[in-house]
Design a protein. Structure first.
Ligand code: AMP
Ligand code: MG
Length: 493
């Protein structure tokens, strides 16, 4: 192939693109090209994400797609770019950050942004290499699709491609690229960036852009005397509250809830040292770099509120009145507890609310924490108990059997009026059998680093439909092995 032909070669993914974020103007982004990686290979892919994007059925057949999604070949119709944002990291203002290794290809006509994470340096890399390692890319890919399978709002992942190119972290590793998909990757930090730099015109343009596309009702609701920016803050607070309720109910610990890792759409975003709880320990810290436990599991709802407060401060020049801004945040304090209670009620198979439900929820969580009972297994066994009436498997999880039996009695009494089979059905749909436990991810990563990608695919298939039984896959739904507690996941990725 001649040099000229190579230079003009493009991959056609079969998608139609439109100009989205770049319409905001050059203050918000830098156009650039991904940096190629040698000899890419497929590591994992999600057909569900491909369908959502509208890719043709044979999308993976062409080498040019593999190249393009590794950043080695331009995608027809796109003009890639990286965006600028700032943020608070671990409670401290960190100044300018930005897409240091994520490069946006563009937005499809269907309104989905497609981004390559790990595709090379950008003006926002701050001295880092712009790469992502295979292990963290597999974790992000699997967890994105797992969260979607659980019904939890999240950015999606189309695929992971790998390369044997070396990437240096604590030890030498290899590079990978995750193709992420979301209606928007805008973070709280994007707003903080323009507010901190007193660039009110850009701040307003960004808010208008997000409101018009994602929160149009804020323009017409009568809330806050027609102050659309206050209504926007309230809507973001509510979505964030609903998201946190889902995290807490399923036992998900994000690990790095910095304001630059908070989605303006209330999506789970930026999977780093996350963890699904094994034994129920509310004080669990999943990020090895988080010595103080700022992002411990039970801190998450408060941290989200703290982050929303940062967003409120950033939006203050637009809202124009501190009291209104504070009022717009208020809804978090009612939406989070009511959403959380609703989610927990669903886990208990309760279709409606009744007095005493909160005590029932608090009672069971107290029992779980006292003995660090495996969170996912407990709820699944309780669901099974509702279906077959056998209390043994769930009771066996407790040393304090009397304590559990007492709780189970009040639980059964609460269910006395409604058919148990209905409750069991809904419990099976609220209590997953499969979650992406650290050790499962670890096993898939170890196989993948030996070029065996079958475990990634197997795990994905279970996690896409985590509420189903999947006969023969019980090994993926069991207790974690002893070595699981020795896995250390830090911010290094
Ligand atoms: P995180 O908390 O991991 O989402 O990342 C915080 C900031 O560091 C973001 O601006 C990232 O884009 C940037 N970053 C993280 N790792 C890298 C890397 N290897 N190269 C360039 N930028 C990075
Ligand atoms: Mg981030």
């Amino acid at each position: 192939m001649s040099l000229l032909a190579e230079d003009t070669a493009v991959a056609d993914l079969g998608l139609r693109w439109k100009l989205g974020f770049p319409t905001l103007g050059p203050a918000f982004l830098t156009e650039l090209r991904p940096t190629p990686l040698p000899d890419p290979y497929w590591v994992g892919h999600s057909e569900a994400a491909a369908r959502m994007l509208g890719l043709p059925a044979d999308w993976r057949q062409s080498d040019s797609t593999l190249s393009a999604l590794t950043g080695n070949l331009p995608v027809a119709g796109t003009q890639p770019f990286a965006t600028v944002y700032s943020g608070h990291q671990f409670g401290v203002w960190a100044g300018q950050l930005g897409d240091g290794r994520a490069i946006m290809l563009g937005e499809t006509e269907g309104g989905l942004e497609v981004q390559l994470k790990g595709a090379g340096r950008t003006p926002y890399s701050r001295g880092a290499d712009g790469r992502a390692v295979l292990r963290s890319s597999i974790r992000e890919f699997l967890c994105s699709e797992a969260m979607h399978g659980l019904g939890i709002p999240t950015t999606r992942a189309l695929c992971v491609t790998g390369s044997d190119a070396r990437v240096y972290r604590e030890v030498p590793e290899t590079a990978a690229v995750v193709t992420r998909v979301a209606p928007s990757f805008i973070r709280f930090g994007h707003f903080e960036h323009f507010a901190a730099n007193q660039r009110d015109a850009e701040l307003r343009a960004l808010a208008d852009y997000v409101i018009d596309r994602h929160y149009p009702a804020c323009r017409t609701t009568g809330r806050f005397n027609g102050n659309a920016y206050a209504a926007f803050l309230e809507a973001v607070s509510e979505r964030t509250a609903a998201l946190l309720a889902q995290w807490q109910a399923v036992g998900f610990c994000h690990g790095v809830m910095n304001t630059d890792n908070m989605s303006i759409l209330g999506l789970t975003i930026d999977y780093g040292p996350f963890q699904f709880l094994d034994g129920f320990d509310p004080r669990h810290i999943c990020n090895h770099s988080d010595a103080s436990g700022r992002y411990a599991f039970n801190q998450q709802p408060n941290v989200a509120y703290w982050n929303l407060f940062c967003l409120a401060q950033a939006l203050l020049p637009l809202i124009g009145d501190q009291e209104i801004a504070v009022a717009a945040l208020e809804s978090y304090k009612t939406v989070f507890p009511s959403e959380f209670e609703g989610r927990m009620r669903a886990k208990l198979g309760l279709a409606d609310a009744a007095e005493g439900d909160r005590a029932l929820i608090e009672g069971v969580l107290k029992l779980l924490v006292a003995e660090k009972v495996d969170y996912t297994i407990f709820w699944r066994r309780l669901s099974q108990h509702m279906a077959d009436g056998n209390a043994e498997p769930v009771g066996d999880l407790f040393l304090d059997r009397a304590g559990f039996d007492a709780w189970l009695l009040s639980f059964s009494q609460r269910h006395a009026q409604a058919p148990r089979s209905d409750a069991a059905d809904s419990m099976f749909k609220s209590n997953p059998k499969y979650v992406l436990r650290n050790h499962l991810g670890q096993q898939a990563i170890e196989a993948a680093s030996q070029k065996d990608f079958s475990a990634v695919a197997t795990l994905l298939a279970l996690l896409e439909t985590p509420f189903e039984e999947h006969p023969g896959a019980d090994a993926y739904a069991g207790f974690p092995p002893d070595w699981a507690t020795t896995i250390e996941i830090s911010c290094s990725s």
